[in-house]
Ligand binder design. Structure first.
Ligand SMILES: [Zn+2]
Length: 229
């Protein structure tokens, strides 16, 4: 097998807290490795907007304000993974969210004599994530994004793009308290899944508080692919 075909047949899982730059890394890896990017968020949107059987099932729960059960999410992901040409690798993003989903994935892959090759976790200290995420402000009128002035530590008062100087605000989701809360939820949810893959010897922790390029290099290093891309 050539090294290129090793890369395109890799089966990966990508983890990272909000603000860690996971989306950017996923985009780069998808192109560098030539694997299919399977994002659970995209899958949900696809099934919901196409009104598939699984989509309607999920919508029923969502309309009642209930959580979509694991079985539905698992089936969406396995259905997608199972539809890939044989030997085509993939990179899961947003799945598995808990050990129940991780086990179901493992079992389904085993039935096809497949397995997950590596699990990449981009980790960034919480205080850095809070700093990054809570530094986001938007113009109420045109939605142009702003950040705090590094010198004054204050966001601009008015939008320079709007003639009447639209006012700048921070979304409720992006306040430091809300961000800290999102991170707590992330850690509680993810820690057991990371433990599961660490125990299986598959987990690579990649420090994410570096430039996009060096994080990318570290991921490729961990996959043993540095020289090739
Ligand atoms: Zn504006």
């Amino acid at each position: 097998m050539t090294r290129a075909s090793v890369a395109t047949s890799l089966r990966l899982i990508l983890f990272g807290p909000p603000g860690a730059g996971k989306g950017t890394q996923a985009q780069m890896l998808k192109e560098q490795l030539g694997v299919e990017h399977v994002s659970s968020g995209d899958l949900f949107r696809h099934h919901l907007s196409n009104g598939t059987e699984l989509g309607e099932l999920a919508r029923g729960y969502m309309n009642r304000g209930a959580l979509v059960p694991d079985e539905v999410t698992i089936e969406m992901v396995l259905d997608r993974v199972g539809s890939l040409p044989s030997g085509r690798g993939f990179m899961l993003d947003g799945f598995p969210r808990n050990t129940n989903q991780a086990r179901a994935l493992n079992d389904a892959l085993l039935q096809q004599s497949q397995r997950i090759d590596r699990v990449v976790h981009i980790s960034v200290p919480d205080d850095e994530l809070i700093r990054r995420l809570s530094n986001r402000y938007i113009c109420r009128k045109c939605q142009k994004p702003f950040t705090r002035n590094p010198a004054s530590g204050e966001p601009p008062r008015n939008c320079d793009d709007c003639a009447d100087g639209g006012d700048i605000y921070q979304r409720d989701d992006d306040t430091p308290d809300a961000v800290a809360n999102r991170l707590t939820v992330y850690h509680e949810e993810t820690a057991p899944v990371l433990d599961y893959y660490r125990d299986a010897g598959l987990l690579d922790n990649i420090p994410g508080d570096a430039s996009v390029e060096s994080v990318n290099r570290a991921v490729l290093d961990a996959l043993g692919l540095t020289a090739e891309v």
